[in-house]
Ligand binder design. Structure first.
Ligand SMILES: Cc1cn([C@H]2C[C@H](O)[C@@H](COP(=O)(O)OP(=O)(O)O[C@H]3O[C@@H](C)C(=O)[C@@H](O)[C@H]3O)O2)c(=O)[nH]c1=O
Length: 186
């Protein structure tokens, strides 16, 4: 497993070791010890999967407020996504900055997103299945969204048309008015 820092400190790109032979391949998709050695001391408590039928589907940007904030380990099991993390910690030197990476069933890369970041992804193919581990249970009362195309954040989504969105994401607030209770250094 090769773990690389992205330009947003704390957001990590994980490249698993894939062992191929005549049968196919094998890889470890999660190894607590290896992540601990990289400074990720996380106890995951829930695994989520989503399936998106169409290319151009955008889910996000999502986060849960403290004390139910979630760190996430995101994997794309089928198809490909442009996966994005946005730093929404108040007073952070990288506040409102974003990182985007392509995760796919082919490249098998994973993105680790710490607490204090909003997360979203755009499907780059039809038939996309995404799986992610989270370290806090789903808490609907703490669930929040930020508008996917907020100009303050300025995510360069690889997209030509308006994406397919949920009703919740269509009317999500801008970062400037979103309720946020994360502070840099917490
Ligand atoms: C996130 C979540 C949703 N649900 C339910 C609530 C709702 O009825 C249905 C669909 O929820 P959503 O529309 O929020 O699903 P979705 O838009 O896929 O939300 C997800 O987006 C990505 C980007 C994330 O980072 C995730 O944390 C999560 O917020 O599933 C759960 O039961 N448990 C969960 O953990």
């Amino acid at each position: 497993m090769n773990i690389k820092e992205t330009h947003l400190p704390g957001v990590l790109l994980i490249e698993p070791m894939v062992f191929s032979d005549q049968r196919g391949w094998f890889m470890e998709s999660y190894n607590q010890k290896v992540l601990e050695q990289a400074g990720i001391n996380i106890h995951f408590v829930q695994d989520n999967r989503s399936y998106s039928k169409m290319k151009g589907t955008l889910r996000g940007l999502h986060y849960q407020l403290e004390p139910k904030a979630q760190a996430k380990l995101v994997t794309c099991l089928s198809g490909a996504i442009f996966d994005v993390a946005v730093d929404i910690r108040k007073n952070s030197p990288t506040y409102a900055q974003w990182v985007g990476v392509t995760l796919s069933s082919e490249n098998k890369r994973q993105l680790f997103i710490p607490k204090g970041f909003a997360h979203g992804f755009l499907t780059l193919t039809d038939d996309v299945e995404v799986q992610y581990k989270v370290d806090e249970f789903y808490a609907p009362a703490h669930d929040r969204s930020i508008r996917w195309n907020d100009e303050t954040i300025g995510i360069q989504w690889p997209l030509r048309m308006t994406p397919i969105l949920s009703k919740k994401d269509e009317c999500a607030p801008l970062l400037s008015t979103a309720e946020i209770n994360f502070f840099y250094g917490d």
